[in-house]
Design a protein around this ligand. Structure first.
Ligand SMILES: *Cc1c(COP(=O)(O)O)cnc(C)c1O
Length: 200
């Protein structure tokens, strides 16, 4: 893997035993998108103390408390309101949360995310919140794009992150991680390439 690219093993929909297998090979960072599912897995894996849990799913406001309590990273912060709530909750639990702001560069009604121009407009407010560290941007490309189109959108994400002086770009999944790495991804989020076909 190129230098500076981190691997997030996306274990959503896969069994806790499978996580244990991958953990035993040295993988520490795991991505989940449902809170309840993660709680079961954390209970099963409580001896694997150095697992770092990343939340990558759509954030429902009423789940923010549990997300803040149970995760170290959130990749899918897609509104200023949620960011404020995360910051308040993190203060309550005396915890520092590492965050990525989810951005979208192409209209896609199935996906969350702020538009780049909106983020730039709000950026001063984003930066001044307590108990959060905004590490970078996250993006999910629409399905079915060509390799060039994928690269083009990932590159826009990298440029925006650079403009905001952010180190990280969480981009690239099993189907499009090569283009993402080429464009400067620092976190690729890989599920099915590691764990096989997802059943749920
Ligand atoms: C499921 C998921 C992934 C992993 O997808 P694969 O195609 O299995 O690699 C990555 N990112 C997000 C946000 C996901 O929901």
């Amino acid at each position: 893997m190129p230098r500076g690219v981190n691997l997030l093993a996306v274990s959503k929909g896969f069994k806790a035993e499978d996580i244990k297998t991958i953990y035993a090979l040295g993988q520490k960072h795991f991505g989940e998108s449902r809170v309840q599912e993660t709680l079961y897995k954390k209970e099963y894996l409580k001896d694997c103390k150095d697992i770092v849990w990343h939340f990558i799913g759509r954030i429902q406001s009423n789940k923010i408390k549990k997300i803040v309590q149970n995760f170290d990273y959130i990749h899918s912060v897609d509104s200023f309101n949620k960011l404020i709530k995360i910051s308040k909750m993190a203060q309550e639990f005396d915890k520092i949360l590492n965050l990525m702001i989810q951005v979208k560069f192409e209209e896609d009604p199935n996906k969350g995310g702020l538009e780049g121009s909106k983020l730039i407009q709000l950026w001063d407010d984003f930066e001044n919140l307590e108990n959060i560290r905004i590490k970078g941007l996250m993006t999910i490309n629409p399905k079915g794009l060509s390799s060039n189109q994928n690269y083009f959108l990932f590159n826009k994400c990298r440029e925006l992150a650079d403009e905001l002086n952010l180190t990280d770009c969480s981009m690239g999944m099993s189907q499009d991680w090569r283009e993402a790495v080429h464009a400067g991804s620092t976190w690729i989020r890989i599920g099915s390439l590691i764990f096989g076909e997802r059943i749920i």
